[in-house]
Design a protein around this ligand. Structure first.
Ligand SMILES: [Zn+2]
Ligand SMILES: [Zn+2]
Length: 167
């Protein structure tokens, strides 16, 4: 970034190509060369004013100096206020986010509908209507079909009422 315009009346500097008029005193701005623009960005305060006065060939009036400083002060305050506002908004969002996370954690414990997601589901069709394979069923199967039927159920806990898969 470099300074592109100076105001010969109040010593303001501008960076914007669109800004052809001084926002402080409404004087038409003067375009500065590339090297001067670089120089101006690196000097501040008194040094900058001195440089400008040398360049302009006349001192800047107290009235203009005051006008310019007031304007810069106002700008600075606006920027600070904006920063504070952004910080405040950020804090609010952070609080809302934390509150939501807490609510979600709370709901998953206390809300039965979300607690239901912990209930086992059929890995094939997703149905929750499962039947626990009881020892009695195994015992009956063993009695009816011998060991073959019992092996089929070995290590499996549920039978899906919907698609019949065991897992
Ligand atoms: Zn000006
Ligand atoms: Zn199933």
């Amino acid at each position: 970034m470099r300074v592109k315009f100076i105001c010969e009346s109040c010593g303001d500097i501008e960076f914007d190509d669109e800004n052809y008029q001084c926002p402080i005193c409404n004087t038409k701005l003067t375009k500065v060369g590339f090297m001067d623009g670089h120089k101006l960005i690196n000097i501040n305060g008194e040094q900058r004013i001195q440089w400008l006065e040398n360049k302009l060939g006349h001192p800047l009036s107290d009235e203009m100096n005051n006008l310019r400083e007031d304007y810069y002060k106002k700008k600075r305050l606006e920027r600070e206020k904006q920063k504070e506002e952004e910080q405040r908004r950020f804090e609010e969002e952070r609080k809302t986010y934390e509150w939501r996370a807490m609510q979600n954690a709370y709901n998953s414990i206390s809300n039965p509908s979300s607690a239901r997601s912990n209930v086992p589901k059929c890995p094939v069709c997703g149905s929750t209507s499962l039947k626990k394979i009881s020892l009695t069923t195994r015992a009956v199967k063993t009695a009816a079909f011998g060991t073959i039927g019992a092996i089929d159920d070995a290590g499996k806990t549920y039978k899906c009422e919907n698609c019949g898969s065991k897992f």
